[in-house]
Design a protein around this ligand. Sequence first.
Ligand code: DAH
Length: 356
Amino acid sequence: MYLCIVLIEKNNNTSIIMLDKIQKLLEEVENMHASNLEELKNLRNKYLSKKGEINELMNDFRRIPTDQKREVGMKLNELKTKAQDIIDKMKNELDEKDNSEEELDLTRSSYPISLGTRHPISIVRNEIIEIFARLGFTIAEGPEVEDDWHVFSALNFPPDHPARDMQDTFFIESKPDIVLRTHTSSVQSRVMETSKPPIRIICPGRVYRNEAISARAHCFFHQVEALYIDKNVSFTDLKQVLLLFAKEMFGTDTKIRLRPSYFPFTEPSAEMDISCNICGGKGCAFCKHTGWVEILGCGMVDPNVLDLNGIDSKVYTGYALGMGIERITNLKYQVKDLRMFSENDTRFLKEFENAY
Ligand code: DAH
């Protein structure tokens, strides 16, 4: 009996002594001060290192009787977290002070910031630009907020064309109409009004349409436009450039076909398909079992467009073409959902680490 009482007393004493120590350390920790990194390091060693005072208490914790472990454990945790927080805070403050000091230590190691990757749309845009650059095309750019003249009127769109509808186009102002450009063809007229033929330009950029966002459509996307105007430019030139582009972009086995189409700014107009690069033209779900996929619109610049933009259509002819960069990227990398391009999910973007 006597032994029992002695043991209980002893156990009680252990936890009381420990709680006292914790309390004392808590007060010490709350009043810690370090005026430089060296002093901070000493404080960290004193309290938080393996042989530090807090860890020593942790070792003693084993001897605390079970029914008192909860109370002592909570206090001990409070002490540890507090010490850690205060030391971290002091470290940040000292680092900031260190950075703002005039003498910058260039030998300090930098934070390990990992390199990002180029966006797939940029990779493909650069590839398109590079192919056309080899044919002598130079880059031209125009504004994304554009007036009606450059987006529609100068490109021979009739006044009642559906693209001019509020349902299709984002209007910034109306009468006079200012819109978010719906295509990069607007850069054609910007260039024609300021330069004389020969004109050989490529215009990459972002375009906007009033579309419901889904896996297949977005309210903004990217296009590349090409325009070539000179004496004696013919449809044969266009066809040859298209074939070369398709082979460079999708591989030398790629075939092209042109289907008659309609665009207000070209006459004749065509849409170009390439042999499906997923099934090699045999037919698959992607090409809807036709063996072909559409990739761009093109045609000979309508003489009206030349005249509207101050270029004599009796002397000059030209061709134009325009393609969606997302579409080309989907084909090259089989991205099934357009929204992935603008979600900024680094797991998706990292997939393109080795793409260029
Ligand atoms: N601007 C057209 C569109 O956004 C694409 C296009 C078609 C551009 C034919 C052209 C062209 O230059 O000749 O759908």
